[in-house]
Design a protein around this ligand. Sequence first.
Ligand code: FRU
Length: 479
Amino acid sequence: NAMFTWQRTSFHFQPEKNWMNDPNGPLFYKGWYHLFYQYNPDSAVWGNITWGHAVSADLIHWLYLPIAMVPDQWYDINGVWTGSATILPDGQIVMLYTGSTDKSVQVQNLAYPADPSDPLLLDWVKYPGNPVLVPPRHIGPKDFRDPTTAWAGPDGKWRLTIGSKIGKTGISLVYQTTDFKTYELLDEYLHAVPGTGMWECVDFYPVAINGSVGLDTSATGPGIKHVLKASLDDTKVDHYAIGTYNPANDKWTPDNPEEDVGIGLKWDYGRYYASKSFYDPYKKRRIVWGWINETDTESDDLEKGWASVQTIPRTVLYDNKTGSNVVQWPVEEIESLRQNSTVFEEVVVEPGSVVPLDIGVATQLDISAEFETELLGSGAMEEGYGCSGGAIDRSAMGPFGLLVNAHDSLSELTPIFFRSSNTTKGTNTYFCADETRSSLAPDVFKQVHGSKVPVLQGEKLSMRILVSHIWKTMSQGSA
Ligand code: FRU
């Protein structure tokens, strides 16, 4: 296709070629961060799923390694699907993953490193007694996948949870084990939410109410809440909720039933799915990966020979300012990539204007921007403003923000912006990204996304933008 150039990312993880989906079994071992991922070695579309493998010392620069696991057993011949790692107190790695069997039944399998002294964990052994778990009688054979990292209970037994559904109710089954080979299914679910459908890639972990460090997956006690995340198969959205886990009966209760899993908070507002976290004992933080699905058509993917990227790994913490959400931030290592900087101060952006910001020549950008606004006009009540109208939808107090990757003629641009409005219930602020004019290429999936964001008294509006491949950036204001 002569008119367009395919842009590879420079910040984000991508395989050298072919199809990738979910992040799998992320872990830190002997100085290396390991990322496994759902990978088709033969084509740029989904199928023939193996576990791709890469390592990094800084979560930014990656070294591609040979495929870790391929479908070569009756219990995973239709795909080595998503799974998670558990690191035992003695340092042993336990990998649990879903296999799609020769009859396309979803089962759970155990694997471990062939040589624990190898920091690169190149070779993996599948346990000869696999599968270790088959769908329980009341569960559909194709509704049983993506085991979580295990956590230890007060009785010393390990627990893990697996997403499923009963009718249209999304559920999370809990199993207990001591050896990861034999398991006991608990009668009660960790949690269930009617109407949310199949829960894929469940993630479950503790967060500290006060504090700036992440917690090991087995941490419990006062001062700790638990995040439960499900990837909803029906809508392809990652949803989470914050709540309390009771280790005595392995049940989790949302803080706010109106913000329960699947009906409340989204983990991300863009193209994002199948996220998975892990605890990094080296830097004492919890890190979350997520899969960014490709936005090109399948035929374009085949033509360019690759599809999909992973997000920048993000550190996640409980937001103790609001008490009702988590905060995510790109891992600090990303800042080591900054080579030079340009500072723009007191840039005045008049209503309806676009101000070019000359950043010279660059291929990647890490932007921090802070905004102060001045109320123009009457400050009348404006109900109903959000992100959906995109950047062309003007209100008394917005939108304002940055036009990223803007072509000279402004024929291509991606506005990333705030929109505040006075409503009868107070000031509402939305943070949005409008992709509708991001590319002239036909058939690219484009959306306007974003959400209302909590703004506390006296807080300034600021944004951080990582541009993985840049053309030009301008600043926009309008009223
Ligand atoms: C989520 C998912 C998982 C499954 C894997 C298969 O994107 O559908 O539920 O294990 O991808 O590739």
